[in-house]
Design a protein around this ligand. Structure first.
Ligand SMILES: Nc1nc2c(c(=O)[nH]1)N[C@@H](CN(C=O)c1ccc(C(=O)N[C@@H](CCC(=O)O)C(=O)O)cc1)CN2
Ligand code: MG
Length: 287
């Protein structure tokens, strides 16, 4: 049996159209939603993601401010810019593209963003809010995964969910969201013994480990929903330059019940949920 493909491009389009309607309604009431995006340095991948975020804002008629700062920007200058944006009433969401150059303390940068404008959901107040069930904003990638699962009709209550990866921006918040949805959650990581033992038990398997094609079909329970968060560029061979996920799609698609592709799965949802959070920030600002 071949798995159903969970199309993140189609769902993200629907969500972005809804966001555009909400943004227009807020603008008509005097608050045009605004997002500030800061990119530090010259990473080609980050530049693509940031460009796509700005384009998505334009399409939804959300005001955007883009600051491209040089790679040698000092931490103090970056923090000063964030403080300016914190005070700017035309900006409701602030996003600093990660990763940052190594001389800048990522945690300090995130903690400098006003929690009410932290549309990435990375600030400690939002991370703590997610832990207790009341965040202002949820991190966009795991939030997008939840929307994909909802759209796929996935039953979370009582399901075995296994996440491979324990990052602050995907693995950990994903675990909390799935647990709050009623799933029994296991988080696997680089020190997990017998990874396949865990992944084969998963009704819902989320791969967010950053290792190309690491999850193969034999590691998947027949009929499982497989969500691939990985975005890896293939370095060599006939597919050099193409993207692949953390899941070996060719073998996984023969076993899973449903699966997200890479590209075209979780990635577009990340951007859609950023717009959702931005409009929500503006709605709260407008009261
Ligand atoms: N401040 C943040 N930094 C980073 C985040 C984040 O949510 N906030 N997440 C990732 C990168 N990311 C968003 O910033 C992101 C990555 C990939 C995609 C995407 O749409 N991918 C496409 C393929 C795009 C391509 O061709 O390269 C897909 O999967 O179809 C969107 C957002 C790290 N940094
Ligand atoms: Mg650093």
């Amino acid at each position: 049996m071949t798995a159903r493909i969970l199309d993140g491009i189609a769902l993200s389009r629907t969500i972005r159209a809804e966001v555009a309607e909400r943004a227009a309604a807020l603008t008509a009431r005097g608050t045009r939603p605004g997002l500030a995006v800061i990119l530090v340095g010259d990473s080609a991948a980050s530049a693509v993601y940031v460009r796509n975020k700005i384009r998505a804002c334009t399409e939804a008629d959300i005001h955007s401010v883009f600051d491209h700062m040089p790679a040698d920007t000092t931490e103090a200058d970056l923090l000063a810019r964030i403080r300016e944006l914190n005070a700017d009433p035309a900006v409701h969401g602030i996003l600093v593209q990660l990763p940052l150059p190594p001389h800048i303390d990522e945690r300090l940068v995130i903690e400098t963003i006003a929690p009410a404008k932290d549309v990435d959901g990375f600030h400690l107040q939002n991370a703590g809010g997610l832990l207790t069930g009341t965040p202002l904003f949820r991190p966009c990638t795991p939030y997008g995964v939840m929307k994909l699962l909802e759209h796929a009709g996935a039953r979370l209550d009582g399901a075995e969910a296994v996440i491979v990866g324990r990052s602050n921006i995907v693995g950990k918040p994903q675990a909390l969201m799935l647990m709050q949805g009623g799933a029994t959650v296991t988080i696997c990581h680089s020190r997990t013994r017998d990874l396949a033992f865990h992944t084969r038990r998963a009704d819902i398997l989320v791969a967010a480990v950053g290792r190309p094609k690491m999850i193969t079909g034999d590691m998947i329970k027949p009929g499982a929903i497989v969500v691939d968060v990985g975005i890896n560029r293939i370095e060599e061979g006939p597919d050099a330059g193409k993207l692949c996920g953390d899941v070996d799609f060719a073998s996984a698609v023969e076993v899973a019940g449903a699966i997200t592709p890479v590209p075209g799965g979780v990635g577009p949802m990340t951007i859609a949920m950023l717009l959702v959070n931005t409009v929500e920030a503006a709605r709260r600002f407008a009261g």
